[in-house]
Design a protein. Structure first.
Length: 346
């Protein structure tokens, strides 16, 4: 019995050592943003898991009274560094003040507000009735449905009675989109900014008060390789020194710079809130603000997992736009939770 216990303790110790080394290496490599390779970008995903594991392992080492020598000091220093690296990345969302201000519902003129629901429906998902129930309950003014094909567009056709202003482009490559709006859409365009079969929506939206804002609906491709759907692996490279290649989000940022209206960008970015593209998105256009900062993570993917979840669906807004409501809605058999935001256009 004592031998079995001793072996278990020894096994746990070595597992903790191996995990520590992996976490330290992964944390350091995750800081490399100048080499845009998908296998480095993937390291952005497990930040919360690594943060929690690092804390647990540190506590474990304290409990077993790890011997103080050069190797253990080096290991503990690495683990503490990993904790600080992960915390520094996630801190803006969990600890900082809100980048986009909130306003109280009671003080808001509803004629100057817009409620927008983002929903990646998952092209293989057939639970359209549940999605429609969520829409009815949330009662948004605009709905951006992503991954829609012909079947989904037909299932959502009933929305057009209440949402008569639409933009639709169903596709079988998981990048089809449909926009349904209660408010008039002007100068609406479907653009292909990066890949020929990956659309983005651009439209001026007129509120009941007469105020206008620019809406961009986006669903850029994933950075990881795919043999089934379009991917962004071939695009992840630097074209020239100090010049970033023009991915879809960066092109959107350039367009927002030229806008004379308040602008709102929403969709499934296929990137984390703290991901490399998101960082470039913010750096290239200081006008755009991340609604999540100061509010929390609001993980929208993967809705089918209780542990592996990340913030992939986003709202970015310019100045003169404030947040009235912001929440993640219930699942409907998609791998994404819907995300709802209500905004005041000042």
């Amino acid at each position: 019995m004592n031998k079995t216990y001793s072996n278990l303790r020894k096994g746990a110790f070595y597992i903790a050592i191996v995990l520590s080394v992996l976490i330290i290496i992964s944390s350091i490599l995750s800081l490399i943003y100048d080499i845009p390779r998908w296998y480095l970008k993937v390291l952005d995903f497990p930040r919360m898991i690594q943060f929690i594991l690092s804390i647990i392992i540190l506590i474990y080492f304290v409990i077993i009274k790890l011997r103080w020598n050069k190797p253990t000091i080096l290991l503990l220093t690495g683990l503490i560094s990993a904790v600080l690296i992960q915390l520094s990345v996630m801190a803006p969302y969990l600890l900082w003040s809100k980048e986009v201000p909130s306003v109280e519902t009671i003080s808001v003129d509803e004629k100057n507000t817009v409620g927008i629901l983002l929903g990646n429906v998952l092209i293989t998902n057939k639970n359209s009735s549940k999605f429609l129930e969520i829409i009815e309950k949330a009662d948004p003014d605009m709905i951006l449905a992503m991954e829609v094909d012909d079947w989904w567009v037909k299932e959502l056709q009933s929305l057009e009675k209440e949402y008569p202003h639409t933009m639709k482009i169903p596709l079988d490559n998981a990048y089809g989109m449909a926009l349904y709006s209660k408010f008039p859409l002007k100068d609406s365009e479907i653009k292909y900014l990066n890949l020929s079969k990956v659309p983005s929506f651009h439209a001026l939206v007129t509120l009941p008060s007469g105020k206008v804002f620019k809406f961009y609906g986006v669903h850029p491709v994933a950075p990881m390789p795919s043999d089934k759907y379009p991917d962004n692996v071939g695009e992840m490279k630097m074209i020239e020194e100090n010049k970033k290649e023009e991915k879809e989000l960066l092109r959107i940022a350039d367009l927002v710079k030229k806008d004379n209206y308040p602008s709102l960008v929403g969709g499934d970015f296929n990137d984390l809130a703290w991901g490399r593209t998101e960082r470039l998105f913010g750096e290239d256009n200081t006008k755009l603000k991340d609604v999540r900062i100061g509010r929390g993570l609001y993980n929208t993917f993967d809705a089918t997992s209780y542990f592996l979840r990340w913030p992939l669906d986003h709202f970015y807004v310019t100045e003169k736009i404030s947040v009235v409501e912001f929440e993640r809605l219930e699942s409907f058999d998609s791998d994404h939770f819907p995300l709802y935001g209500k905004f005041l256009i000042e």
